[in-house]
Design a protein around this ligand. Structure first.
Ligand code: GLA
Length: 693
């Protein structure tokens, strides 16, 4: 978060430039902001089914007093809503929803399909998942049903439909959350699922010859003569098969989700949204595909053990925003502590408030605490809450209340705003999986490398979009793909076009090695982009020890992975070279850049240390004309920006242990304080919101 940017006058100029940029900000309605409600909302997960009805009023009174505006409700209440097969009881839920409405609280209805009732499991055991070890899962936890079971899906469709018939026009219901954390993308390893996988492969490859060729099944006698021979991979397997299995999982959960969306849409007002609560970098399926039919994406933001790491958390927010390239919700976050970590420490006083504001700065329009009050029994008895088992507020309630009051006070500043970035990071599930399947060194952590790029590039830009490699890129001055391992021809063409039109593309190590079947490309890296770079990777090395590096970005070290590059074209510039190492790398290029048509491509063949990464980012900034959205901020302060028609709003948060003084580029409205100013003083975890219009 530290910046060593520009002298003040230059940073003012930069701000003017970025204001000009936001004048062109797209002005379409933001689906995460509910008509008739505040632009930014705070809420909680509420489980009225766990309490006598006589208690509800008091819960809602306390919520209203704290300015909570949203409850997520019913996502585990299947046994109350359908106590026996085909007998539905929604009266209690309707009373709860309407009572919440009376307290100016809207409901988000969760479909309860992560927790099917006991009668369903007993009557239809075939709806329960079979684990990879062949065991059938028992009732009593969550995600025990099989997402690929047609019978289970039929029950899911019916309950979702019945809920929609009852609540699809209820003015107090703002929208729908499908399932809960999508059953962690768990699959059933039963014969019927295997047949579905085989049918899916047949639809994709058409002929076995085609499949055998793309998977190179002549290797180890894997050749398939009949579709029924193809297994579900358990443990290691053919990389082509394993990647397709991941895609099949994506397909399964997407159609599982669609089944419920269709049932809801048939009976609900168009104003009611659909969303799913995802889990940051959880990689069970491809989130770009899954989120496509949803109105917007949400995620569950938990720290677990320790304290908030603003880069890691910011990156996860930006990842979630990038799923659909629009604002999102934080459907769940921890009220102090969780119950599932090795050490369930409490966040420091003020830390959760800082987290909530960070979410907003990165494009969240709602933040909900999980949960309002813990059930007196059940697996999560001692999780963080706002109200204790005695029904009265715990100390954290005051912090949630302060945050909610602040949201309510300054919400209009955020109306119709969203982050707008000059820099994009490309994140690809195919590449992530391909690397995970064949790490080559257990230390290789593509998410860690993404984070290192994020940290360095956020320093120079203060705003980053994390998007699919196939996303439209024309608005970005700089696009970095730290680990684009799977880079088929169509994707290479897309990236080439970006460079041709004036963009700067930066590729990290292991880029351009595989095609879409997870087969090695019959070219050297970066595959179909070798001609753009005018250089290629000669050989790659998993490193035992760090390797010295020096060149235009200064000197430092490569760790974990190093690629030996070779220039093949005049006009290529070598920016870093390896020092003495394993003999192969000694004196060889590590980073090559080249101007191509109106743009530029740069290939970074190693994992760089933090200092080199920062120098690389500075160089990228100069070469690409990236400007920070705000300007200089002191060490430990994070700034985020949201842009709307004729305005931009900054969220400044101090994550350091000491107070920080931040000079604003010019006088702005400090909306939390309700005054104008050109500077702010932030205590540890202090937050300022500066509106510029
Ligand atoms: C997840 C679930 C919630 C709850 C919390 C506890 O995010 O969605 O139901 O179990 O974890 O932290």
């Amino acid at each position: 978060m530290s910046t060593s940017f520009l002298p003040r006058a230059v940073s003012c100029l930069a701000l003017l430039v970025s204001i000009a940029a936001f004048a062109q900000a797209p002005n379409k309605p933001i689906p995460t902001q509910i008509p008739g409600q505040n632009a930014i909302l705070l809420g909680a997960a509420w489980y009225p089914e766990q309490w006598p009805e006589s208690r509800w009023e008091e819960d809602l009174r306390l919520m209203e007093a704290a300015d909570l505006k949203v409850v997520r409700i019913a996502e585990f209440a299947w046994s109350r809503m359908e106590p026996s097969e085909g007998h539905y009881d929604f009266d209690w839920l309707e009373r709860a929803i309407n009572l919440a409405g009376k307290h100016h609280i809207v409901s988000v209805l969760g479909t309860p399909t992560a927790t099917p009732p006991a009668w369903l499991a007993r009557k239809y055991p075939d709806t329960l998942r079979i684990e990879a070890n062949g065991q059938r899962v028992m009732h009593g936890n969550r995600a025990h049903a099989s997402a690929s079971s047609p019978r289970y899906r039929e029950f899911c469709r019916r309950i979702a439909e019945q809920m929609a018939i009852r609540f699809g026009h209820n003015p107090n219901v703002a929208g729908w959350q499908i399932d809960n954390e999508y059953g962690y993308a768990l699959m059933s390893y039963d014969e019927a699922t295997r047949q579905q996988f085989q049918a899916w492969l047949k639809a994709k490859y058409k002929t076995l010859d085609n499949l055998n060729t793309h998977w190179t099944t002549s290797y180890w006698s894997q050749t398939y003569d009949d579709w029924v021979e193809i297994p579900i991979p358990i443990g290691g397997h053919n990389p082509g098969l394993m990647l397709d299995w991941k895609r099949f999982i994506t397909y399964t959960w997407a159609s599982y989700q669609q089944n419920q969306i269709d049932a809801i849409r048939k009976h609900s007002d168009a104003r009611q949204f659909t969303t799913g609560n995802f889990m940051g970098f959880f990689d069970g399926f491809d989130h770009y595909t899954i989120t496509e039919p949803l109105t917007f994406a949400s995620w569950d933001d938990y720290v677990g053990t320790g304290h908030v790491d603003p880069d890691r958390n910011g990156l996860s927010h930006d990842l979630t925003r990038g799923f659909k390239r629009q604002n999102f919700w934080v459907m769940e976050t921890q009220p102090g502590a969780v119950n599932w970590s090795p050490l369930n420490n409490f966040l420091n006083r003020g830390e959760a408030r800082a987290m909530a504001w960070q979410a907003v700065g990165h494009g969240a329009d709602d933040v909900n605490y999980w949960q309002w009050r813990s059930a007196l029994n059940g697996q999560e008895e001692i999780h963080g809450v706002l109200v204790g088992p005695d029904g009265t507020p715990v100390p954290f309630y005051d912090e949630a209340s302060q945050t909610a009051h602040e949201f309510a006070k300054v919400e209009s500043s955020f109306r119709d705003t969203q982050p707008l970035s000059q820099v994009a990071l490309l994140y690809s599930y195919d590449s992530h999986w391909a690397i995970q399947f064949q790490k080559h060194t257990e230390k290789y952590d593509d998410i860690g490398i993404l984070k290192a790029y994020y940290r360095a590039l956020r320093q120079i830009s203060q705003s980053i979009d994390v998007v699919s490699a196939y996303a439209p890129l024309e608005g970005y001055k700089l696009v970095a793909a730290p680990s684009l391992n799977v880079l088929p021809k169509d994707l290479a063409d897309h990236l080439r076009e970006y460079v041709r039109n004036g963009g700067h593309l930066v590729l990290g190590p292991r880029s351009g090695m595989k095609d879409e079947f997870n087969a090695l490309l019959p070219q050297r890296q970066p595959g179909f982009l070798v001609d753009v770079l005018g250089a290629r990777v000669e050989q790659y090395y998993a490193l035992e020890t760090n390797v010295p590096l020096s060149g235009a970005w200064g000197s430092g070290e490569a760790s974990i992975w190093a690629e030996q590059l070779k220039s093949q074209t005049p006009g290529d510039e070598v920016l870093l070279k390896y020092g003495k190492s394993n003999g192969w790398l000694d004196g060889q290029p590590c980073v090559i850049t080249r101007a191509y048509d109106k743009g530029r491509i740069t290939y970074v063949g190693a994992v760089l240390d933090d200092k080199l990464m920062a120098a690389a980012a500075d160089w990228m900034k100069q070469k690409s004309g990236v400007t920070p959205v705000f300007g200089q901020v002191p060490d430990g302060v994070e700034v985020s920006r949201r842009v709307g028609p004729g305005k931009q709003v900054f969220v400044l948060i101090n994550y350091s242990q000491e107070s920080r003084h931040v000079a604003l580029p010019h006088v702005m409205n400090l909306v939390l304080e309700g005054k104008q100013g050109d500077k702010v003083d932030l205590p540890p975890f202090g937050v300022a919101v500066a509106l510029d219009k």
